[in-house]
Design a protein around this ligand. Structure first.
Ligand code: S3P
Length: 165
């Protein structure tokens, strides 16, 4: 897939941020992180936004940040776990760049995500598991699915291959 922008989507713990930085370094594209941009814009953490203003407020800011990034080219965007789940965001992203789903097994998510309060939607484990299964249908609309349960170097190679680098 030839593209000048790459979106990495998928569940919490899929490695979106790490892979975005690594891919950016390899091909000279700027890595961007939606969660970091939300935190910079709000001058507070994702956890604080959820706690103080709720998820729907967080989703509104997330949408604004996505819009801010639309003109950017030669960037690798690490989405938040919920960014692509919103149908409007999904359509925007699919029309704007190459969208890769980093698909990680639930067992890896459970290993990788600490219950440290930094990810509000991971605090309740049964609820997180439900979210994991529920979101797969939305994630499956990505242009490609990449098995992100394997070593990160392989994930990076697979992505570079796919976008023709
Ligand atoms: C969320 C995932 C988080 C962050 C927020 C909500 C989600 O991003 O955007 O806590 O809805 O899955 P990461 O996937 O980068 O952890």
């Amino acid at each position: 897939m030839k593209a000048d922008k790459l979106y990495l989507i998928g569940f919490m713990g899929a490695g979106k941020t790490t892979v975005a930085s690594a891919v950016g370094r390899r091909i000279g594209w700027r890595p961007e992180d939606i969660d970091s941009r939300i935190e910079a814009r709000e001058h507070r953490t994702v956890a604080a936004i959820f706690a103080e203003d709720g998820e729907s407020y967080f989703r509104r800011v997330e949408r604004l940040v996505l819009h801010d990034l639309l003109p950017a080219r030669n960037v690798v965007v690490a989405a938040g776990g919920g960014t692509f789940v919103d149908p409007e965001n999904r359509a925007l992203m699919l029309g704007d760049g190459a969208v890769a789903w980093l698909d990680v097994p639930l067992s890896a998510v459970l290993d990788r995500i600490p219950v440290d309060g930094r990810r509000p939607l991971a605090a309740d484990r049964p609820q997180m598991e439900e979210l994991y299964h529920h979101r797969r249908t939305a994630y499956a609309a990505a242009h490609v699915r990449i098995d992100a349960g394997r070593p990160v170097e392989e994930v990076i190679e697979r992505l570079l291959d796919w976008i023709g680098y």
